[in-house]
Unconditional design. Structure first.
Length: 303
């Protein structure tokens, strides 16, 4: 019962006792887990594999940076980032929800690559040189903000799993035509789910720039930010509240070891993890028989 409060308390005081490298690593881990949790709204509950979560992350980051450089006071650029990510979700829902399955996944992945090219070629985004904002030490502030977003993302998925809205998404996942026959407006629910899954990535992108003071197209629309969140969800178990969290922790620590010890294997990690899940962990770690018993014991203490 005390495990969750202890974990939160440790995370809150951690920046005062560990090197900045550890805090920065945890920040990056939390951002990826937020994206993975947001991905799971569509990918896990609704069954639409969205490879474009980086779109909302990148749009939020760039809109925040551009509006901040235009002279808007600090609270407003964050709101602009949130609004831009949600507006982007609404805009792409009309053409993209005409696609299903493999075509939807490829379409969202292609759009993420298109956003990379747009950011790479526009002057207002800084082009290939990237976008800079005023330098300052904002690591601690951004760290606490990202922790709050992570808690909100986990809470959203927790409530979604137990709500009528979540049940409607699951029915769409099982059979969209049957769901519509029983009175579920599939497009409306899909659009709401996409907007919901875009908000936290948009804010996370804004705080990422607020922390790093610099972004480039590769950093916010690149292959890592595009593929790591879905891989985390697949590894941990899609459609489960703790799935993206468990998958995120495992994947990031494996990547960190490879990055420091065998950098040339870093890019192969995602492919290796996906092959591992496909061959030995169908359904993810959280659904493996060996993990279910351990997780059952942990849930008693969490509750």
């Amino acid at each position: 019962m005390l495990i969750l409060p202890v974990v939160i308390a440790v995370l809150v005081v951690l920046p005062y006792f560990v090197p900045h490298y550890i805090v920065a690593f945890l920040m990056l881990l939390f951002i990826y887990v937020i994206l993975a949790q947001s991905y799971d709204i569509l990918g896990g509950y609704m069954g639409y594999v969205n490879l474009g979560q980086s779109i909302f992350f990148g749009v939020g980051a760039y809109i925040f940076g551009i509006t901040l450089k235009m002279g808007f006071p600090v609270p407003l650029p964050f709101l602009f980032a949130l609004g831009a990510a949600a507006a982007m979700a609404v805009a792409i829902s009309f053409p993209f929800f005409r696609l299903r399955g493999f075509y939807f996944a490829i379409g969202t992945f292609a759009l993420a690559n298109l956003m990379f090219l747009i950011a790479y070629n526009l002057v207002i985004t800084g082009g290939p040189h990237g976008l800079f904002i005023e330098m300052a030490n904002r690591l601690t502030i951004s760290y606490y903000a990202i922790i709050c977003f992570l808690v909100i993302a986990i809470f959203i998925n927790y409530k979604l799993e137990r709500s009528k809205f979540g049940l409607a998404l699951k029915s769409i996942r099982e059979d969209e035509e049957v769901a519509q026959t029983f009175g579920i407006n599939a497009f409306r629910f899909k659009c709401k789910a996409l907007v919901l899954s875009s908000c936290l990535p948009g804010l996370a992108g804004a705080f990422y720039l607020w922390w790093t003071c610099y972004i480039s197209p590769e950093m916010v629309f690149g292959i890592d930010i595009t593929l790591i969140p879905p891989t985390m969800a697949f590894l941990g178990g899609t459609g489960l509240v703790a799935g993206p969290l468990v998958g995120g922790v495992v994947l990031m620590f494996v990547e960190e070891v490879l990055w420091t010890k065998m950098a040339y294997l870093h890019r192969a990690t995602l492919g290796f993890m996906l092959v591992l899940v496909g061959m030995f962990l169908v359904g993810g770690i959280m659904r493996s028989k060996r993990f279910i018993g351990i997780w059952g014991l942990l849930k008693k203490y969490v509750k």
